[in-house]
Every structure is written in C-alpha cells, then in structure tokens.
Design a protein around this ligand. Sequence first.
Ligand code: BES
Ligand code: ZN
Length: 618
Amino acid sequence: MKKQTFLYALVILAFNCAENKKEVATTPKYVEESHSYAKPNEAVIKHLDLEIDVDFKTQIIDGEATFTIENHNASEIVLDTKFLDIISTKSNDKEVSFKLGTFDKQLGQALSIPISEDTKQVTIQYKTTANSEALQWLSPQQTADKTHPFLFTQGQAILTRSWIPIQDSPQIRITYNAKVVVPKELMAVMSAENPKEKTADGIYNFTMKQPISPYLIALAIGDLEYKPVSNRTGVYAEKSMIDKAQAEFIDMEKMVVAAENLYGNYDWDQFDVIVLPPSFPFGGMENPRLTFATPTVIAGDKSLTSLIAHELAHSWSGNLVTNATWDDFWLNEGFTVYFEIRIMEALYGKDRANMIALIGRQDLEEEVESFKDDPNMTKLKLDLSDKNPDDGMNSIAYDKGYLFLRTLEEKVGREKFDAFLKNYFKTNAFSTVTTEGFVDYLNSNLLEPNNITFNVNEWIYEPGIPDNQSIIVSNKFDDAKTFLKVFLETKSVDTSTTNDWTTQEWVHFIRNFPETITTYDLKRLDDAFNFTNATNSHIAMVWYEQAIRHDYHGNGVDQKIEDFLIRVGRRWYVSTLFKAYKKADKVDEALAIYKKSRPNYHSVTVNTIDELLGYKNQ
Ligand code: BES
Ligand code: ZN
C-alpha cells in the first residue's frame, strides 16, 4: 500500500510540475489505513444501487450491488469482501472477470474488478454465506413476539463487507438506493428513508440521499410497527414492545432540540429508533436516520435513555464528521460521550450529567488498570495495524476521550468551547477527520487565537491520564457512598434514604462494594432491595457482577445470571459478567453457561467471549 501511495504522489507531483508549476505534491485525499484493501485514491465508489432478496429459509441474501465510481486512471477498482460468494462482475454493464485476493481472517478478501477510463459503473452479483458476520438471523423464539423470524445487520467496524461487497473504509462516503425483497409478513427498514407500514408485496425501496460511510449501511427485517414520538422522531419495534418503546423514548424530540441548540442543525431529517431483539450486541448503534437499540435500554422509567442521547449525538460526531480510520475511533466516541452528557445536562440538569460522567470515569479507571501491561492501548490515537479494530473499542476512546474534552472545556470556558465545536462540525460536515487533522484544527481555531497552552499531545499521543484532568464530583454519589459506609458499620438499612435514588445511584452504590463485603451483607441488601430480581438491566448487571465476584448465591441469583446471559447478547453486559467469572477463577462455570448462551449471540459478541474464555468451537 505504501508503495502505491508513493507512486501516486509522484504522478501528482510530475503532473503539477508540468501543468501548474507547483512545487509540492498535493496530498492524496484518502489517508493510508490498515483495515481496508480499497485504493480510493485510484478508483472510488460514490453511490450504491443495491438489490437484494432476503431468504429466511436458507438464511441467504442474494444480491446485486451496482456502484457509480470515480476513476482516477486506474485499471481496476478494489473492493472489500468477506465470506461472500461472488458470482459475476460487470464494468459498465459488460461482464468482466474479477480477481479475489487471499483470505485474511480479519480483513477478508480484496475483490478487483477491471475498469477503463470510461467506466462509470461496476456491478457485482453475489450471495452472503452462513459465515457472513454482519448478519444475525433470529428464530421466532429469539424475538419479542415469538411468531416471526428476524434479521439485523451490524456494520461497524468492518463487517459491512460481509453482506455487501464494498470499499469498507470510514473515509469513503456514498449515497445509496436499495430494493429489498422480504417475506410478505415482514417489514424492512434501513439507515435511510423508511416506510411506516408494511407493503402488500414485501418489496421495499429505500433512498439514502446523505452520503455516509459504509459501516453505517444497515438493515433490519421483522414483524415491525412504527409509532411517532414527534413529527421527525419515532420508534420501530415488534408489537409487544412498541408502546413501551414509545413511552420510554418520549423525550426524543426534546433531545434533538437540545442537540441542535448546542451544535447546529440536525442534518438527517428523521431520527427514529428501532428496538431490536435482546441479542443485539450493542446498547445502541448510530445508523443514520435509524438508531438500532437493545431492548435492555427499556427500564420503564426512562433512566437509561442517555443511550439515546449518545446515539443521537453521533449524528454529528461520527456520522457527519467521521473518524478517518479506526485508529482515530476516539474522535467518534469521545466527542459523542461529551455531546451525550451535554444533552443530558440540558434536559435533566447537572446532577444527572455528572453521575453519568462519574460512572464513565470509573469505567476508565478499570480499563487503564486492565491495560497495565500494554499501556500503548491507553493512548487516544491508536495503532491497530494487524489488530482487529474491535480491540480499540473500549473505555479509553469513550471515557478518556470524554475526560480530555471536558478538561479542555474547563480550561477554555464553555462559551468558547461550544462555539469551537459547533464550527468544527460545520466545517467538517460530511467528511472525515484524522487525529492529526483535529489537533491542527484545535490549535489554529481555539488554542492559538486565545493564547492558551494545553497539553494536547500528552492527552492524545501518550498513555495514561494526564495530571490536569478535570475532577468530576457528584454529591448524590457521595451520599450513596455514605449510605454504604453506614450500612457496613451498623448493618442497618434505612430505606427512607434510598427512596429517591435513581438508577445511577444504585449502580454506583453496588459497584463500590468493598472487596471484603460478606455474603451475609449481600443477602441483607438483596432482601432489602431485591437486587437479584432487578428489572433495570444496568442495576441487574452490576449486581450479578458482585454476586459472581463475592460468591453470593442467595435468592436464586445463579439462575437469574444464567437466564440473563442466555437472553441478552449486549456485549458490554455479557463481557463484564464473563470477565467477573474469569477474575474469580470460575472459568468452568462460565464455560458451562457460555455453551448454552453462545448460539444466541451475534458474531461480535461471540468473538469477544471466545477470546476471553479461550473457547474453542468444536
Ligand atoms: N458506535 C457504538 C457501537 C459500536 C462500537 C459498534 C464499536 C461497533 C464497534 C455506539 O454508539 C455505542 O457507543 N454504543 C454503546 C452505548 C453508549 C451509551 C456508550 C453501547 O453499545 O454500549
Ligand atoms: Zn458511540
């Protein structure tokens, strides 16, 4: 790759010297990266017309992808594929023979299609396979309503190539149209303009007119209904979930308004959320116009909806201004956590915002500790060459990224910082940014004009957490800690103190049990607060973690943990619990559960847990 870029630069240089008498080479538009075979500086996709048939019986998608391309004198265009059957390819409607490169277990295979100067379009006929990692096909039993099957895709980070042959780099931006054929009883929705009702013939036509990165192309198919929350926000879910979803997300319009007031107009017209079956591997995924969400966010009291604020915030940080490579992932997630917490503050006040921030601060502490033998992984800017981008998708990007921006805000003052961010989003809208590009932008638009010195390089390019970090305080959490202290000393439980606690206080309380807490204490707390039967997924998860860690078996908690791990595929929850088993030297117990739960998980969760538990698939 390096060699090619160099040659390209030489060609440009020669051209410029001859034609324009410029002395410096124009830098290529796309930077080098390690997670895509594409050579977009030579030939790049601009638009996708996708036609697919979705067969639930064979669990195969039969597709034809036609790309409108821009050719800069290349003789072939290179796309990414993984676990696809490539049937035939065309250049400008004429069948041409293609080449598939050697298979790499991270990246898949390069697909090269010959093109000429006048090639405007290439077409690929293909089928997905049982290994196509983006796809999770669910049986009726794995859905909320239990009567129809379901399918969803997960593209981020490099999985789109396993269901569409594509130049799968976040630097690429395309618009798309899609025609999707599904069984008549089901409805299809995408990260595009969506139907609000089922069609009679199971044929759905989609348009995505805003250019997006390939990892944001998404599809979900199921027995879905739609309910609006406002004229530009709403929810998709199965029948048994739709009213709960609508009630839980009733503040969505207010969130969009708060976000717009902070950092500029919402550029995607519609903001809907689809509540997926519980095996969905993430809390949420910011697919443009249609966020995909786990049903575990539905707590009944709106207490976990910062997740919606988070995915909404990605409409600016991530979808509008996109990390150029996965080494720059913190630009997506760190900014999004910052923005999420600002939205939460605008809607619900500083107390709530600081509690969310402090929970993240503790996650960060634990993540830094877990990388004590590999401190390079605690840098914001990563080097993930030869690694799966997933390896960088941890609390460092999110919570160290957040802490950096919060510290910076405190240093320059909120007013200047907000004006800066708003401009950053506007200037870079619908394009991509590298970490280095951001640092330049920050220096010339915020720090230098205001004569501010700040240790930006230490924050971004060095491991660990710099000393000038903002200190986050929460009186509410201090009260929760005091309550814990009093309980441990006196063993008395005064429920009048905890009456007005929110989810965040409970989570903080439970997570901060001392190492020495006894099973007797745990039983007393469980009897008083019924943690084992908590319906709030976050509270349940941190309680189960403590039960595993401290060998607590009261009130049927073991069965609850097993049921939870079998039903829920959200990677963050599942991996927290399996890590707890591992830390407590209970890998055998973990494996016994994992054998039962694994078939229920999406490939991204499977990959993480296989590695964590050293599971070998027989
Ligand atoms: N974009 C991420 C999900 C993701 C990360 C997908 C890495 C693939 C690779 C999404 O915005 C996210 O961060 N989700 C969080 C929720 C959030 C409130 C922190 C999650 O899934 O837990
Ligand atoms: Zn995110």
